[in-house]
Design a binder for this molecule. Structure first.
Ligand code: GLP
Length: 241
């Protein structure tokens, strides 16, 4: 695990975008694993600007997002599909048919999860995965648990996650309680991972995930075992290391 500390959010955004752009330049048909939440926004902005300047070309790139709320459709304002469209897909030259987000309206969730894992396999596996981390250590929607999850599955959101994500909804009651999420096994299969963390409020979980015991009680701690994991922190998030 390589840990880099940056001045602020924008500096991390530029640095993480450079890693993703380098991946795409080296392999135009790259398969990228993407995330939602506030953490990737600076990176997505930087990638959109690089694309507008002609520095990176997403024409052949394929993406798989980590997760989607169950019960929300693509056009729901709070769906992760919509988030991705607004914050990245519409701003770069990627083909919409190459952008994969689990279908939160699938009637058969287990079949949707299996099909999602199959699609990742058929695409050749994820080359580079972007990750943020929740205050309870979750990655994707893999919450603290007794064991590490394997593939894409139905995930239950913890109370802490519902509370953290209510800012995107009118009230906490409206936050879906379940989601389809890639598993810890799916994330660990990515050939390389970039974990980005900002802010003092995540300093403690950052220290537990990066330097504490590897345990499913802190799902992000598994990244200590990933052979190619780059961690990008601002000074506040790194303050308890
Ligand atoms: C969400 C997402 C995660 C994300 C995390 C942190 O619930 N499922 O993929 O990394 O919470 O979100 P934020 O970046 O807004 O702090």
């Amino acid at each position: 695990m390589e840990i880099h500390v940056y001045r602020d959010r924008d500096a991390i955004g530029q640095a993480a975008a450079a890693v993703f752009a380098a991946q795409v330049l080296a392999k135009p048909h790259s398969v990228l694993g993407l995330a939602t939440g506030s953490t990737p926004l600076a990176t997505y902005d930087a990638l959109a600007q690089m694309c507008a300047r002609g520095e990176v070309d997403f024409r052949h790139v394929c993406t798989f997002n980590l997760d989607e709320y169950i019960g929300l459709g693509r056009q729901d304002a709070q769906s992760y599909y919509r988030f991705m469209e607004e914050n990245l897909f519409r701003k770069i030259n990627i083909a919409p048919c190459n952008c994969h987000v689990p279908n939160g309206l699938a009637e058969d969730i287990d079949a949707e999860c299996a099909a999602y894992d199959d699609a990742i396999e058929r695409a050749g596996g994820i080359d580079l995965q972007f990750l943020g981390i929740g205050h309870d250590g979750h990655i994707g929607f893999n919450e603290p648990d007794e064991s590490f999850s394997k593939g894409t599955h139905l995930a239950h959101l913890s109370r802490m996650t519902i509370e953290a994500n209510r800012r995107f909804f009118a009230s906490a009651e409206e936050v879906p309680r379940t989601a389809i999420s890639m598993g810890i096994g799916s994330i660990m299969k990515a050939r390389a991972v970039v974990l980005v963390v900002y802010g003092e409020d995540k300093a403690e979980i950052t220290a537990r995930a990066l330097q504490g015991p590897v345990t499913p009680r802190v799902p992000g701690s598994i990244l200590q075992f990933h052979p190619r994991c780059t961690v990008m922190l601002d000074e506040a998030a790194a303050s308890r290391l």
